[in-house]
Design a binder for this molecule. Structure first.
Ligand code: ADP
Ligand code: MG
Length: 379
């Protein structure tokens, strides 16, 4: 179960003139040097505005991309449409100190991609204290990154009074809620990498009434049941003799969309050919889920139903519309899942869309994250 008391930003009453080191989650996709999806950026704004209104001097620390030369410059540029922000093209050093010294109350600066600093990812103590020295208060609003034991997430709170930001607490509260579903409840799990998701399946069998397993995860189950999966993506997780194979609470697709030498077709899972690849669940599987989703008081969904980037997005989209139109409480999360359903404009009808992927899975599993433990300890 989640920890009950985290220090929320509202508990910090004196922010005027204070330097606040704000760890934000701004890992947005960049296409041709521009931010192509604003989802995380928009979710970062309430905390920034909250701090500005109270006269804090805000130093934003964040990461982006996977390469060490990936830059946050386009993110600062995109943020300028909502907040005046000065970008500093260094993580530490004289340029940062100079920018800091010229700040007024309510000003915002954004430091370069913190992962450009080699000491960020190994939680180096000297780097954490160097970051901490820039500020009076630390605010963690980066829920989506908080499963990483990095210096800017678990090291800085050792040195400064720490609070969790509005986006962080929103994620925390809603995912805590999803950990205690109301019956009848349905957990929908898709995507890939079953090895990372299997522990969640085993644990949530006793939490949710039913678990639907779609996406590439279903391929592992089909293969373990001895069915032909052709050239489909499988994770290689060993499910042989795993009780989930025969568990009645687990629902698997009753039809799948395959592609192969004969083109795209929909077929029952036991009629996939050697030279075919399963790329989406089929429409009958979604039709089977529809009444369950409408009846459910709680729905939790992570992972696309198919290889949506390659055009196999039909059933993921159909599922999103059903979840959006159903009356129960619904939470959707996962980087790819959000990317797959974002353009459908279902956001207003879904109770909560998590900005997190790996952090969401880890939180659902343990009720905590390393960056939370770093502040309140492990109990
Ligand atoms: P999330 O980021 O939402 O947690 P994952 O990262 O677990 O989701 O999985 C998303 C990936 O799974 C996507 O790249 C998608 O193309 C892939 N995927 C889902 N179903 C299939 C399938 N049948 N074949 C190949 N890839 C699939
Ligand atoms: Mg993903």
């Amino acid at each position: 179960m989640p920890k009950t008391k985290l220090p929320r930003l509202a508990a910090c009453d004196d922010l005027a003139g204070k330097y606040v080191l704000l760890r934000a989650s701004l890992n947005v996709p960049i296409v041709d040097g521009r931010v192509s999806n604003q989802f995380r950026l928009v979710r970062a704004l309430p905390t920034i505005n909250y701090l500005r209104q109270r006269g804090a001097r805000i130093i934003i620390v964040a990461h982006i991309g996977r390469e060490t030369d990936d830059t946050l410059a386009p993110v600062a540029e995109a943020m300028r449409a909502s907040v005046p922000v000065t970008f500093v093209s260094e993580v530490t050093g004289p340029a940062v100190v100079t920018a800091r010294e010229s700040m007024q109350d309510g000003d915002v600066i954004m430091l370069e991609n913190v992962r450009q600093h080699p000491k960020e990812t190994d939680d180096d103590g000297s780097f954490a204290s160097e970051l901490a020295q820039l500020a009076d208060v630390y605010v963690n609003d980066a829920f989506a990154a908080s499963h990483r034991p990095h210096a800017s997430l678990v090291g800085v709170p050792r040195h400064l009074p720490t609070y969790f930001g509005l986006n962080f607490m929103h994620e925390y509260d809603e995912l805590s809620h999803a950990m205690q579903p109301q019956e009848p409840s349905l957990f929908i799990l898709g995507g890939a990498k079953f090895d990372t998701k299997l522990p969640l399946v085993e644990q949530y069998l006793d939490t949710y009434n039913h678990i639907f397993i779609g996406g590439a995860l279903a391929n592992d189950i089909f293969a373990a049941r001895g069915l032909e999966v052709g050239t489909s993506l499988v994770s290689g997780v060993d499910l042989s003799s795993n009780p989930i194979l025969d568990d009645e609470r687990i629902i698997t697709p009753i039809d799948v969309v395959v592609d192969g030498p004969d083109g795209r077709r929909t077929t029952p899972p036991d009629a996939v050919r050697k030279d075919e690849q399963i790329l989406d669940v089929g429409p009958e599987s979604i039709a089977l889920l529809s009444p369950m989703i409408h009846a459910a008081k709680s729905v939790l969904w992570n992972g696309p139903m198919g290889n949506y980037e390659a055009g196999y997005n039909q059933q993921t989209e159909a599922l999103a519309h059903i979840v959006a139109s159903a009356p129960g409480y619904a939470v959707i999360g996962g980087g790819d899942t959000i990317a797959a359903v974002e353009s459908l404009r279902v956001q207003e009808q879904i109770d909560f869309m998590s900005t997190a992927g790996g952090a969401m899975l880890q939180f659902l599993q343990t009720g905590s994250l390393p960056a939370i433990d770093a502040v309140v300890g492990t109990d």
